[in-house]
Ligand binder design. Structure first.
Ligand SMILES: Cc1cc2nc3c(=O)[nH]c(=O)nc-3n(C[C@H](O)[C@H](O)[C@H](O)COP(=O)(O)OP(=O)(O)OC[C@H]3O[C@@H](n4cnc5c(N)ncnc54)[C@H](O)[C@@H]3O)c2cc1C
Length: 425
């Protein structure tokens, strides 16, 4: 049985592990912390704009498992993000991790928690095994790096104004550490307009009970509310720090949502507590942890240079998914994770990896992100399907539609229906 090793248990790593298992591989998933889900434990927003199409495409390829799980923990429908489509919804961020475990375990993936990968054994362009912090080694026929791009500690101290004890949990579990970096793959970083490396994370979580009662009630009823930011607190310089191209609405307003365990200020790059408490409704607010009140953590550092099958440049059997491949967001991590995991199983079985055609949204998006991240000019942004440059392109190229039979027809014409549901022989 071909052996696939996936490193990193965020949405992309779980997607990769599930896809590789469905393709017939024996899969080991190594996660550095004691839980799955990675940084998406405080995400919540999903299915916006173009992601609606990508979700259907993935489902039609046989990879709908994780989106089905998210649908089952849907918390608020009909939420209207200023830059999101009518299909966006918020999932319960507190229920996603156990949901993810169930799906991953169901397809037979062997998960090893608290297993931080620290080194790689390779021969030429072939990775042979990886070394875990406890000294053990795991051998495989192909490997997928889904270690994300946030942190570690040294990056945040250097480029993010210090460690802010964020979701990456470096202090407890050690720095995020990519397989690609250890294997000597070629890497690129996003940078801000002033040239500083990395993007700042955007999103501030607050304990719901510390909001004014009227505000707590409103978000729990409506899911998402838009509150004008007092003029003296509007800081337009933050727009430039938001790599995924959030609109001005997120600077001139507080876009506050209920993601289950906490309330989340979507698109807030950072906000000092003292300032936040000047906004009506937030007078006694407490942030969930100290990560949010100073400059946020640094992301989109050390992304692997990969081709459109998501195989890393210069390697035969090393692939990347999710943010590590430049393909972030909840939906994007899942989608790209599946592509990387399926291709890892193909390579492990002695087949060539597939490149999804550009006539379908996922194929076009993977290629577009690669093109953008191949130039210094393009390395200033991320390119989700839900907003910004790719969302614009998607509409112009006719790849966006809310007509599901049209998406089905496109997949049929491309001949890739059911691709991820079949074992690779
Ligand atoms: C605060 C915040 C809010 C967000 N909100 C939204 C939102 O509402 N909607 C949306 O679409 N997107 C959102 N995003 C973006 C989205 O959550 C991410 O792009 C996506 O979840 C990334 O998934 P990933 O699997 O690529 O990486 P990660 O989630 O970062 O997962 C990487 C995993 O690898 C593990 N790992 C790292 N190094 C090692 C190692 N050496 N050995 C073993 N394991 C290792 C980590 O512990 C982690 O579990 C948000 C991001 C943040 C930070």
């Amino acid at each position: 049985m071909p052996r696939v090793v996936v490193v990193g248990g965020g949405f992309s790593g779980c997607g990769a592990a599930i896809a590789a298992a469905k393709a017939g591989a024996e899969v080991t998933l190594l996660e550095r912390t004691d839980m799955l889900l990675g940084v998406a434990s405080r995400a919540g927003e999903t299915n916006g704009n173009g992601w609606f199409v990508a979700r259907h495409e993935l489902r039609l390829m046989g990879g709908g498992d994780l989106f089905q799980m998210l649908d089952s923990i849907k918390l608020h429908e009909n939420v209207h993000f200023p830059d999101g489509g009518g299909q966006s919804y918020i999932y319960h961020a507190g229920l996603a991790e156990p949901g993810l475990r169930k799906v991953v375990e169901k397809v037979g993936v062997k998960v090893r928690y608290e297993s931080r990968v620290i080194d790689v054994e390779k021969k030429g362009g072939r990775v042979l095994s990886i070394k875990i912090e406890d000294g053990s080694r795991v051998a495989g026929d192909s490997f997928v790096d889904c270690t994300g791009t946030r942190g570690g500690l040294s990056f945040c101290i250097k480029y993010g104004q210090g460690c802010v004890l964020c979701l990456v949990k470096c202090v407890a579990f050690g720095d995020r550490l990519g397989l690609a970096e250890r294997a000597g793959a070629r890497m690129v970083n996003l940078h801000r307009p002033d040239g500083t490396i990395g993007q700042l994370g955007a999103g501030i979580c607050m304990f719901k009970d510390t909001l004014a009662p009227w505000l707590k009630q409103r978000i729990e009823k409506e899911g998402l509310v838009k509150l004008p930011m007092p003029p003296h607190l509007i800081d337009r310089t933050k727009l430039k720090l938001m790599g995924a191209g959030r609109s001005r609405d997120f600077i001139e307003n507080v876009i506050l949502g209920d993601i289950g365990p906490v309330a989340k200020g979507f698109g807030m790059v950072y906000m000092h507590l003292e300032k936040l408490r000047q906004i009506p409704g937030f007078e006694n607010v407490e942030m969930e942890n100290p990560m949010y009140s100073r400059f946020n953590h640094v992301g989109f550092v050390t992304m692997a240079v990969r081709d459109n099958s998501l195989r890393m440049e210069g390697f035969e059997n090393l692939l990347a998914g999710g943010e590590k491949a430049g393909n972030g967001s909840v939906d994007g991590a899942i989608v790209s994770g599946y592509v990387a995991g399926h291709n890892a199983a193909r390579i492990a079985s002695g087949h060539e990896p597939v490149v999804l055609p550009r006539q379908v949204a996922i194929g076009d998006w993977i290629a577009f992100v690669k093109e953008k991240h191949s130039s210094e000019d393009g390395l200033v942004k991320t390119y989700p399907m839900s907003r910004g440059d790719y969302w614009e392109r998607m509409q112009k190229a006719g790849l966006y539609t809310e007509n599901v039979p049209e998406i089905e027809q496109r997949m049929k014409t491309a001949g890739i229906e059911g691709l991820f549901s079949r074992a690779v022989s």
